[in-house]
Design a protein around this ligand. Structure first.
Ligand SMILES: C[S@@+](CC[C@H](N)C(=O)[O-])C[C@H]1O[C@@H](n2cnc3c(N)ncnc32)[C@H](O)[C@@H]1O
Length: 333
């Protein structure tokens, strides 16, 4: 058999396996199976708890989850494997939102790709569930890696006043406020439902943390300048021209020697882990974003460097996060 055909067969089988993994994990979240299987249970016990479930389909789910290494079967009882436990653990760290995005939205967007490329279908408005909820939740996937860097930087540079642009639910500001008693934060986000959630979550810190709902491109100069401005997981919301405008604007809002921190996924970056040698995920994310109205996709590393350099920032540091899925750029005025 030709090697091309063998490689194609291999890819196709892997594709089926990966699609299976996606659907299994997503269904497990929707039906709360990752929680239920924290405890060893038989199929019969699980069906007793959920008498309305289809036993044939559920049997297939169990079989597939076992084949995919997500659950174990000992005699008639099922429990989670390490990877199954990790699925449950990372549920609220962006995993559930990310898988929901893939299942509900990526398929629909890419199904229309021929018509999109030939411009028979125009770029679409991003779905409101994606815009209001899933994107900001999915971006928590980089939190475990990004937080230690941000914490160390804040400590070293003695930041006091921090502006978080496109703050989403304000996770990073909240963590900074909790960690450093002298820090004061302002979060800005254009999406009112996201800001509502941010305010609610930050209630215990409201004397030091404030959230404003506005488009950062309409933001006036602050009365008091900031020591640091964060742009986490949102550079891709802005067009090339807006990126330039925004970074130049931010520079004027910082104290002399003040810092900018840009956390972003990049196009064309290979993973640093030998068994995940691919830049496909980021590039595919960029591709997905670019199918939407007002989105151009993810930036390249050089583009972010140029943006900072051309706006007069110096001491540019580029820190790849593990897996190189995202990078943190730090620079000062
Ligand atoms: C992926 S979320 C990231 C949230 C948060 N920074 C994080 O890393 O977890 C991007 C956020 O940027 C916000 N955003 C996009 N364009 C904006 C603009 N022009 N002004 C203010 N916020 C904006 C979106 O509403 C969204 O909540």
């Amino acid at each position: 058999m030709q090697t091309g055909i063998l490689a194609l067969l291999g890819k196709t089988v892997t594709l089926m396996e990966n699609l299976g993994f996606l659907w299994l994990v997503h269904t497990g979240f929707e039906l709360d199976l990752w929680k239920l299987l924290q405890q060893e249970r038989s199929k019969e016990e699980l069906l007793e708890l959920n008498p309305e479930w289809d036993p044939i389909l559920f049997d297939h789910w169990l079989e597939q989850a076992k084949i995919q290494g997500l659950i174990l079967q000992t005699d008639s009882k099922y429990s989670l494997t390490r990877i199954g436990k990790a699925v449950d653990f990372y549920r609220d760290f962006g995993l559930e939102a990310m898988y929901k995005e893939f299942v509900l939205y990526w398929g629909a967007i890419f199904a229309e790709l021929p018509n999109r490329i030939t411009t028979q279908v125009s770029p679409v408005q991003m779905e409101s569930e994606m815009e209001n909820e899933l994107i900001s939740k999915a971006s928590r996937a980089s939190e475990h890696f990004a937080w230690p860097l941000l914490k160390a930087k804040c400590e070293k540079e003695h930041w006091r006043r921090i502006l978080d642009v496109g703050c989403g639910e304000g996770i990073y500001l909240r963590k900074l406020i909790e960690e450093f008693p002298k820090v004061q934060g302002v979060g800005v986000d254009v999406n009112s439902s996201v800001v509502e959630r941010a305010r609610l979550l930050a209630k215990p810190f409201e004397d030091r943390l404030q959230f404003n709902c506005l488009n950062i491109l309409d933001q006036d100069a602050p009365v008091e300048k900031y020591d640091c401005c964060l742009l986490n997981n949102n550079l891709y919301y802005f067009s090339t021209e807006q990126r330039i405008e925004l970074i130049e604007q931010i520079k004027t809002w910082l104290v002399p020697g003040g810092w900018i921190g840009i956390l972003t996924a990049l196009r064309g970056e290979n993973s640093s882990i030998p068994f995940i040698q691919t830049h496909i995920p980021q590039n595919l994310m960029s591709f997905f974003l670019a199918c939407h109205k007002g989105f151009e996709g993810l930036p390249y590393k050089q583009e972010v460097r140029n943006l900072l350099q051309d706006s007069g920032f110096r001491e540019i540091e580029v820190i790849p996060l593990p897996l190189k899925v995202s990078h943190y750029f730090f620079a000062r005025t």
